[in-house]
Write a protein that binds this ligand. Structure first.
Ligand code: AQP
Length: 343
């Protein structure tokens, strides 16, 4: 089976963007691929974070994966920091990463410009090397990526090729290794829906955990009344009727897209159903669809959290399975890079 890896950062509550853009697509992949879904807690400390909250958010995110339908009989679910090889490989990869490659990353430029040099940790720059390590450790074939992560995946691919060139092949064989490529070069997997969910208060920025206003997002665990309230207050416009793809109506496009994905309908069906609606009627429809869809996820989440020891058991087992693969890759990299073998 081909292998797929993906993860979400435990930096806040998991929202509809994370769900429709990532987690929901994972469910369809777990039958076809060997899947590893992790909670990327090491990435969550890249920017200033709440120490009191990290472990709670990590368990919450894991429980949400399971509640959304990630099946542990098919996928490995684990916490990134529980598999030590991630950090270890990152150091080895760092030595092969030209610093210019990292300065060119758009996310680094944007986030560091906002915060200013003195407030930016080195981790913001080296973040893509840890991401490369997350992927290359598992000899992954495919990585589901949204638009914002494409550049980081490209860097992962270049880094894999560079390490294969610098340390792989005959050189590695001479050191007693198996020779050939050290890393598989992963391909992007463009999600079937390609969803990019935008903020409820501004149709031009993406729905995000770090946006200061909670009104801008629907969190998967929001209670019914809060969902209803957020949809009631979300930004709309004064055009007649409802339509997709009008650049002057980003909010309208976003809300229709959310409805389409949540209700599991085609675009044409949504156009048919909604083009003559006013905002009041559509908002009621969207609210009901969201509540109906999220309710069973919330019930399962509560069940998972109330079953003592279950989640930690799943995460321990996931980390054990992941470590087997990760350690084998790490061993090869040490050997190919010429380190003295441990006895
Ligand atoms: N608005 C979105 N629409 C579609 N997909 C989204 N993702 C995030 N936001 C949207 C996808 O969710 C996965 C996990 O994201 P992440 O936790 O690694 O961090 P992120 O992409 O930076 O997401 P956030 O929620 O917006 O966090 P902050 O506010 O910390 O930046 C990824 O697959 C991502 O594409």
């Amino acid at each position: 089976k081909k292998r797929v890896v993906s993860g979400v950062q435990p930096t806040g509550s998991v929202h509809l963007g994370n769900y429709l853009g990532a987690i929901k697509n994972w469910i369809g992949l777990q039958d076809t691929y060997d899947t590893l879904y992790f909670i990327v807690d090491l990435h969550a400390i890249t920017l200033p974070y709440d120490v009191q909250e990290l472990s709670r958010a990590t368990r919450d995110t894991a429980a949400i994966y399971l509640a959304c339908g990630v099946d542990t009989s098919k996928a490995s679910v684990f916490v990134q920091s529980h598999v030590r090889a991630h950090v270890e490989l990152m150091w080895l990869l760092s030595s092969a990463t030209p610093i210019g490659w990292l300065y060119r990353m758009i996310q680094f430029k944007e986030k560091s410009r906002k915060a200013g040099d003195e407030n930016v940790g080195v981790a913001l720059l080296t973040y893509p090397v840890l991401m490369a390590s997350d992927i290359l450790l598992y000899q992954s074939d495919f990585v589901p990526v949204g638009e914002d992560q494409k550049q980081h995946l490209e860097l992962t691919r270049e880094l894999a090729e560079r390490v294969n060139y610098l340390y792989g092949g005959r050189k590695w064989k001479k050191l007693g290794g198996r020779g050939g490529a050290i890393f598989k070069v992963p391909e992007p997997l463009i999600p079937p829906t390609g969803a990019r969910i935008m903020s409820l208060t501004d149709g031009l920025s993406k729905m995000s955990k770090s946006a200061p206003s909670d009104q801008s997002r629907i969190n998967l665990l929001d209670p019914k009344d809060l969902i209803a309230n957020k949809i009631k207050r979300c930004k709309t416009d004064a055009f007649p009727g409802l339509e997709f793809d009008n650049p002057e109506r980003p909010e309208c496009n976003n809300l229709l897209s959310i409805y389409q994905l949540i209700a599991g309908k085609t675009k044409e069906e949504v156009v048919q159903e909604c083009h003559n609606m006013n905002w009041g009627t559509f908002k009621a429809l969207l609210t009901d669809a969201l509540i109906d869809h999220l309710h069973p996820i919330q019930v399962r989440y509560e069940e998972i959290m109330s079953e003592s020891g279950y989640l930690d058991e799943v995460l321990a087992e996931g980390a054990r399975k992941a470590s087997e693969v990760a350690d084998a890759t790490l061993h090869n990299v040490y050997q190919a890079m010429g380190f003295l073998k441990r006895r």
